[in-house]
Design a protein around this ligand. Structure first.
Ligand code: PRP
Length: 177
């Protein structure tokens, strides 16, 4: 493998491992939603855009892709207030919704979103998260999970540090300063 950028400690999940797990997740979702004609994938910007782009191209059931943008405050505190910056384009009432997230950290974002979208009366609501940090987090239903990772700062495959490193094909641990 090429040398890592100097800010990065080590690769946690290789590009190959991510690609193969994304295929598995897409296969699982395709099986679970076979015959459903109103599958609605909701990607959470910005972090989920790469995961969603790969996942959507592996799905074998017809579906619609949409995005929401959220901002969260108090990441390092327990406040965890979340606000909608950009909402869905269409109503989701009666549709089968899958929320697609890159990472579950404190769980505030996914928990907030889950309850907001559930309140819009979808036919069903599921969650698909690529990586979950091993730490204390809010209780959120997780239906599809890619990987569990240690509680370290990670970048790559959509995840950033000050908007850097999102386009790395692997997920890596950032060095502590
Ligand atoms: C990241 C990530 C999740 C959220 C998870 O987003 O994309 O949406 O944090 O953290 P939580 O479980 O502690 O709520 P971030 O706020 O960094 O914005 P970004 O996706 O635009 O980089």
């Amino acid at each position: 493998m090429n040398q890592l950028p100097s800010d990065l400690e080590r690769v946690l999940i290789s590009a190959e491992a991510i690609q193969s797990r994304v295929k598995e997740l897409a296969n699982q979702i395709s099986q679970d939603f076979k015959g459903v004609d109103s599958l609605y994938l909701v990607g959470i910007l910005k972090g989920a855009f790469i995961f969603l782009a790969d996942l959507t191209r592996e799905l074998e059931v017809s579906h619609t892709v949409d995005f929401m943008a959220l901002s969260s405050y108090g990441k390092t505190t327990t406040s965890g207030a979340v606000r909608i910056l950009m909402d869905l384009r269409e109503p989701i009432e009666g549709r089968h919704v899958v929320i697609v997230e890159d990472i579950l950290d404190t769980g505030h974002t996914l928990s907030y979103l889950y309850h907001i979208l559930k309140g819009r009366n979808p036919a069903s609501i599921h969650t698909c998260v690529l990586v979950r940090k091993k730490r204390e987090s809010m209780e959120v239903p997780l239906d599809y999970l890619g990987f569990d990772i240690p509680d370290v700062w990670v970048v790559g495959y959509g995840l950033d540090f000050a908007d850097k490193y999102r386009t790395l094909p692997y997920i890596a641990e950032l060095k502590r300063r």
